[in-house]
Design a protein around this ligand. Structure first.
Ligand code: SF4
Length: 229
């Protein structure tokens, strides 16, 4: 999953831009997820879920035609990416409103060092160009492995080159494609060899179970560590 940001000041057109990028990517058959950063709460005062939360529930889930999880704390981008990866594989995550993220982004006002293009004013006819930039210059979770498999000495060198258009054909070679390990909800970088090792070990164990009627596409293994109360 590749990550694209939309940054900019309040009321500068970020949400319209996110809408158009989602539409453009969906129109080409890509699956997208969006993430909106906000300083205000998302729940509605007086709703049942709001009342559950105020009564002291640490996690509130709204389930029905839609499902949402409310946690009374802020997760960082890496934690959220890990959750989305576990829930459902998508091609692109479009993030609105995170100010300091080291991912390719479009700015509707002041650019930063990871800005692909300033989109001010937004013009509908520019969407194809923006989608093309996303496809060539965005990248997935930066893990800080600095393994050099992409041909760059470090992940930050890779990111800088990707954003500037010097690495359109290059992708990170150590993305969590075979296995994802999270400790306390936070992804832990693993090189491809370790991912392969864990994946084969766990799949070998699962194969030994009575699962012949299941078409296995993904295995989630959660290890619970006893907490002292
Ligand atoms: S392959 Fe990925 S993890 Fe390794 S240096 Fe390049 S960007 Fe970093």
């Amino acid at each position: 999953m590749k990550i694209v940001g939309v940054t900019g000041t309040k009321d500068s057109g970020k949400t319209v831009l996110v809408e158009k990028l989602v539409e453009g990517l969906a129109g080409e058959g890509y699956r997208t997820a969006t993430l909106k950063h906000s300083h205000v709460g998302f729940d509605f005062p007086g709703r049942d879920t709001d009342r559950h939360r105020k009564a002291g529930a640490e996690i509130v889930v709204g389930a029905g035609r839609e499902t949402f999880f409310l946690l009374e704390r802020e997760l960082d981008l890496e934690e959220i990416v890990a959750v989305i990866d576990v829930l459902d594989g998508v091609d692109f995550l479009i993030v609105e409103g995170f100010k300091s993220m080291e991912y390719a982004n479009f700015s509707t006002s002041t650019p930063n060092e990871f800005t692909l293009k300033v989109v001010d004013p937004f013009k509908l006819e520019d969407v194809d160009e923006l989608i093309d930039l996303i496809k060539r210059r965005s990248y997935g979770l930066l893990q800080g492995l600095d393994c050099g498999k992409c041909g760059f000495k470090s992940c930050s060198e890779f990111a800088a080159s990707k954003v500037r258009g010097y690495a359109d054909e290059v992708d990170c070679r150590s993305q969590p494609e075979k296995a994802l390990l999270r400790i306390n909800g936070r992804p832990v970088p693993m090189n491809p060899f370790v991912q392969e090792f864990i994946s084969k070990t766990v799949l070998g164990m699962v194969d030994a179970l009575d699962t012949e009627n299941l078409k296995i596409e993904k295995v989630d293994l959660i290890i619970k560590v006893q907490r002292n109360r």
